[in-house]
Design a protein around this ligand. Structure first.
Ligand code: NDP
Length: 283
């Protein structure tokens, strides 16, 4: 079997197009959706992500701003800036690009963001709301994965879903969103035993590990939907967590890297930012 490709790039483009009238409606009301991204230091991968976020928001007619702070910025300064943005009515979404330099405690900074402006969905208030099934800002990557899954037309309810990875930004929210879709969810991690026995039960397999080609074809159940969240830089190439060439022979649907989940993540960020501006407008 050769799997059908889930074209994240094309789906992301459609998603962003659909946001345009919502942005225009806000601008007509005198509210230009404002997304401010804070970057500390000079991590080259982060610089690319941040630039892409700025470009995407500006393309949509939003007020996309990047505040680039030096590596030596201290925690208090960064938190003071977040608080200033919390109080700024022209800023509807705030995103602090991770990772932060080691001398800054990420948790403290993320917790300082006003949950209503937390378009990354990392604040404990939004994480808690997701857990109990209340409306919240949902982390962009797992939110994008659900959208991609829905484009396959496959009924998600009742399916066995296995998520490899349990980070707060991908694995855990991913599992909760699949649970909301009525999947039977298993979360695997570095201490999981007999991993391939578990993955072979998965109708939906999501890999968020951070290890190139970690999921081999023989770990995939025939006919499964395989979602590759991994982005690994190997000799200047981007490689996923799934061995694409092997898995595509077994799966029914599969996402490529690049052009799969990564493309969708930015579209979901734009959607969260527009939603934040709409919520502000409705106040
Ligand atoms: P983390 O490093 O925070 O988490 C990795 C997870 O993988 C951990 O839960 C870890 O388990 C688990 N893991 C590690 N080794 C194994 C193993 N041998 N068997 C099973 N599980 C294992 O990474 P992130 O969640 O932040 O990111 C995961 C990947 O997704 C990365 O490649 C990242 O670049 C990519 N990513 C892509 C995005 C996109 O837009 N496409 C956005 C965000 C991330 P344990 O908890 O036990 O250590």
């Amino acid at each position: 079997m050769t799997a059908q490709l889930i074209d994240g790039k094309a789906i992301a483009l459609e998603t962003r197009k659909a946001l345009r009238p919502r942005v225009e409606a806000l601008i007509e009301k005198g509210i230009t959706p404002g997304l401010t991204v804070i970057m500390v230091g000079d991590n080259p991968a982060s610089a690319v992500y941040v630039r892409n976020k700025e470009k995407a928001s500006q393309k949509l007619g939003m007020n996309g701003t990047v505040l680039h702070l030096p590596e030596e910025t201290v925690e208090e300064e960064l938190i003071a800036l977040v608080k200033k943005l919390n109080a700024d009515d022209t800023v509807h979404g705030i995103l602090v690009q991770l990772p932060l330099p080691k001398h800054i405690e990420e948790k403290k900074v993320l917790n300082a963001i006003d949950p209503q402006k937390d378009v990354d969905g990392f604040h404990p208030v939004n994480a808690g709301k997701l857990l109990i099934g209340e409306k919240a800002y949902v982390p962009c990557t797992p939110k994008g994965v659900i959208r991609l899954l829905k484009t396959t037309g496959v009924e998600l309810s009742g399916k066995n879903a296995v998520v490899i990875g349990r980070s707060n930004i991908v694995g855990k929210p991913m599992a909760l969103l699949l649970l909301q879709e009525n999947c039977t969810v298993t979360i695997a991690h570095s201490r999981t035993q007999n991993l391939s026995e578990i993955t072979k039960q998965a109708d939906i397999l999501v890999a968020a590990v951070g290890k190139p080609n970690f999921v081999s074809g023989d770990m995939v159940k025939p006919g499964a939907i395989v979602i590759d969240v991994g982005i690994n830089r190997v000799e200047d190439k981007l490689i996923g967590d799934v061995n694409f060439d092997e898995a595509k022979e077994v799966a029914s649907f599969i996402t490529p890297v690049p052009g799969g989940v990564g493309a969708m993540t930015i579209a979901m960020l734009m959607e969260n930012a527009v939603e934040a501006a709409e919520n502000y407008a409705a106040k």
